[in-house]
Design a protein. Sequence first.
Length: 75
Amino acid sequence: MVIGKKNVKLATRRSRVKRALRESFRQNFKIAALPIDLVVVARAGIDIHDKAQMNEQIASLMQKLHKKLDDGSHV
């Protein structure tokens, strides 16, 4: 996982964001067995969110992705 220095200036904050995102993916990623690649782009200002907010956003995105894959739609 890479968080760009352009988006989050301080290394300590980049590390915190990476840890929070990894944990969120571990908790919410129920389709790990599917052969897909995901690219997540962290935008500027992500470091002001707390873990709960990031987890909620990732959970919402994972539900949408799971629903699309179940419906057979292309993502």
